[in-house]
Design a protein around this ligand. Structure first.
Ligand code: G3P
Ligand code: MG
Length: 242
């Protein structure tokens, strides 16, 4: 087996309703090594698993996640684009941690605090991770790198990784400067020599979103630390060749 870990993007988002339990269950069944999910806060401060700031695209609700209580959010259907899977709720982060506790998968929690800052989200999420004693299996990522520095100061034992979309000069130097042990570039911002050198410098590289077979193969062949894909089952199958 190749050394590259496979992280299931929003679960198995290519085949199942993104960021729902059924999508995470599919990722586990597919043999993924980790799951990536997105977290925002409800009006009453509950960390919830959903990608967009607005409910409109993925649920039968409308408006901003931040304006509804957990009770209100938990009654919505987050499976509107995937009718064949029936009704699937927006999970609370706590539910996903409880589910993954019984597996050996890693979990990449992406803090979606670029548009709304969700003050206190870092403290709440870290307290939850600690209460489950899952510090070793979690990677906190965000496009908001100030938030990642805040996380590092609160919980240096939990790995952080900056997300970025544009080319950085010596990103491993930048990652180290903010206390990060990994980096999560868009694949467009991560040419192969950058990936190879970052890993040689001791920084884990987990590019996103890798759905194309040829791209998967090139990342397996350089033993990239991991990649994030909407199709974990396909990735696991292809990895058998390495
Ligand atoms: O964490 C990788 C990827 O999920 C970042 O972008 O918009 O899909 O959350 P996005
Ligand atoms: Mg994400």
């Amino acid at each position: 087996m190749g050394k590259t870990a496979i992280f299931a993007h929003r679960g198995s988002a290519g085949t199942h309703p993104e960021n729902t339990m059924i999508s995470f269950e599919e990722a586990v069944a597919a043999g993924a090594d980790g799951i990536e999910l997105d977290v925002q806060l409800s009006k009453d401060g509950v960390p919830v698993v959903i990608h967009d700031e607005k409910l409109n695209r993925t649920t039968d609700g409308k408006g901003y996640v931040k304006d509804l209580t957990w009770k209100e959010l938990s009654s919505l259907n987050a499976s509107v684009a995937h009718k064949k899977f029936g009704i699937n709720r927006i999970p609370a982060l706590e539910e996903v941690l409880r589910f993954l506790k019984g597996t050996n998968l890693q979990l990449n929690i992406e803090l979606k605090n670029g548009v709304f800052l969700y003050p206190g989200m870092e403290e709440t999420v870290i307290a939850m991770i600690r209460s489950f004693k899952m510090e070793e299996r979690i990677i906190l990522s965000s496009f908001n790198h100030y938030s990642l520095v805040h996380c590092f100061r609160l919980a240096p034992e939990i790995e952080t990784a900056p997300l970025y979309r544009d080319g950085l000069y010596m990103p491993w130097v930048y990652a180290r400067a903010i206390g990060a042990k990994g980096m999560h570039p868009s694949i467009k911002a991560a040419p192969e020599p950058i990936i190879v050198q970052a890993m040689a410098e001791g920084i884990a590289v987990r590019p996103y979103t890798i759905n194309d077979e040829a791209m998967m193969r090139s990342l397996f062949s350089i033993e990239c630390s991991a990649f994030i894909t909407d199709y974990p089952k396909k990735a696991v199958q292809i990895r058998k060749d390495y």
